[in-house]
Design a protein around this ligand. Structure first.
Ligand SMILES: NC(=O)c1ccc[n+]([C@@H]2O[C@H](COP(=O)([O-])OP(=O)(O)OC[C@H]3O[C@@H](n4cnc5c(N)ncnc54)[C@H](O)[C@@H]3O)[C@@H](O)[C@H]2O)c1
Ligand SMILES: [Zn+2]
Ligand SMILES: [Zn+2]
Length: 383
């Protein structure tokens, strides 16, 4: 089959790789019909992780089940399913407690948490390909309703960014009527803004410097803050009698940079501490890594962040962080889509055949104007 293979920093190619097959009776094979490029892929694409050359990318996967193992009972051939980016067993101590983001059996011993096509997240092949092997299929695959084929660009967001945006607002303790400040208007930040809106936040501020992304946020009622023009902390303080937002979401991660492009891995974390009120909560879903050998300075190379813990502590804030437990939310978010309460596909800018993945990676990585979210369609013809 064809798949998007990582070769070296900023070099992905569409190559022939072996078809996945049923390896355990609990597996299913899914023919991928929609698979997104994610900001998480870009950390790997840029060579800022230990992702191994030769591996296949893709953790935001949707498709049709074409084969199931003998032990699969619920999932049937022909079902349209969403595969959460977390690979999880369903029976370990963490999965039992809905912590499928830190499954104890799906990665190598000593590391909790696994994902498709992801650095340090186990051996699982990615889904930017024609087919994907989904292990523990009855537990992991979420069946989609009858409108799944027509509304793929909405449902494909269930595998990662919609639940992840939602999770950031959950960790931020967002309650109806609260105000929230979100750093990053990439796909994840936009889904955090959508989630905050669905949860009836009274005001949603969102910080970025890309007008196309800020415009999408504005379309759903968020208040855009262009940090290349104004100080986002001062902006939020000015609108909250100097106190700050009730809560905040970090949707950028360790490659946070100033509008000129210089990286500061503490930038958004420190700004959140300053623009969230005393006792406010912060939900950090942007990725941070234990080692970052290509970081701009020695301290950051060790995965360390010079975080303003003093002010964070003084303000009595709390913070949640880590991968999103997609299964905790995806069933209900599916119902919000099916019930026409939201249209997460509003951020999709490009639907492209797999063959065009190399140019899509290049443009999305450069945050070129108009490239807000790419959905690859392996069944679409390249011509
Ligand atoms: N925790 C999880 O489960 C999970 C899931 C998916 C993605 N992620 C992570 O979430 C982060 C965002 O993902 P994405 O797909 O939206 O990526 P993205 O890179 O497309 O978007 C990030 C946005 O942040 C903006 N930005 C950069 N520095 C900034 C700063 N200092 N202040 C304000 N904005 C800034 C960029 O301009 C960009 O628009 C990534 O780190 C990704 O790996 C985490
Ligand atoms: Zn993702
Ligand atoms: Zn588990």
């Amino acid at each position: 089959m064809k798949a998007v293979v990582y070769r070296s920093p900023r070099d992905v190619r569409v190559e022939q790789v072996p078809d996945p097959r049923i390896e355990k009776p609990t597996d299913a094979i899914v023919r991928i019909t929609s698979t997104n490029i994610c900001g998480s892929d870009l950390h790997m694409y840029e060579g800022r992780t230990s992702f191994e050359p030769g591996r296949v990318f893709g953790h935001e996967n949707l498709g049709e089940v074409v084969e199931v193992g003998d032990a699969v009972e619920k999932i049937k051939v022909g079902d349209m399913v969403s595969a959460p980016f977390n690979v999880s067993c369903g029976h370990c101590r963490n999965c039992e407690r809905q912590l499928t983001n830190y499954c104890l059996t799906a990665n190598t011993p000593g590391i909790a948490g696994a994902a498709y096509g992801f650095a340090d997240m186990g051996p699982w092949q990615g889904g930017q390909a024609e087919y994907l092997r989904v292990p523990w299929a009855d537990f992991d695959a979420l069946r989609l309703p009858e409108d799944a084929r027509d509304r793929q660009n909405d449902y494909v967001m269930l595998s990662d960014i919609f639940p992840t945006g939602w999770h950031s607002t959950e960790m931020a303790g967002l309650y109806p009527g609260d105000t929230v400040v979100i750093y990053g208007a990439g796909p994840v930040g936009l889904m955090a803004a959508l989630s905050a809106t669905l949860k009836s936040a009274s005001r949603v501020w969102i910080v970025d410097r890309h007008p196309d992304r800020l415009r999408l946020a504005e379309e759903i009622g968020a208040i855009p803050i262009d940090d290349s023009k104004v100080d986002p902390v001062q902006f939020v303080l000015d609108q909250t009698n100097g106190w700050g937002a009730d809560c905040g979401c970090e949707c950028v991660g360790y490659q946070a940079h100033d509008p000129m492009g210089q990286e500061h891995n503490n930038d958004t974390l420190d700004k959140l501490v300053r623009s969230v009120k005393f006792t406010g909560r912060i939900g950090t879903v942007g990725v941070y890594v234990p080692q970052d050998p290509k970081a701009p300075d020695e301290f950051e190379k060790q995965g360390k962040v010079p975080f303003d813990f003093g002010l964070h502590w003084f303000k009595g804030q709390t913070q949640g962080a880590g991968q999103c437990p997609v299964k905790r939310y995806n069933r209900n978010l599916r119902s919000l889509i099916h019930g026409n309460k939201c249209t997460p596909s509003w951020i999709v800018s490009h639907e492209l055949p797999l063959e065009r993945a190399p140019e899509a990676y290049k443009a999305f990585d450069a945050r070129e104007s108009g490239w807000t979210k790419v959905v690859l369609k392996p069944q679409m013809s390249a011509s």
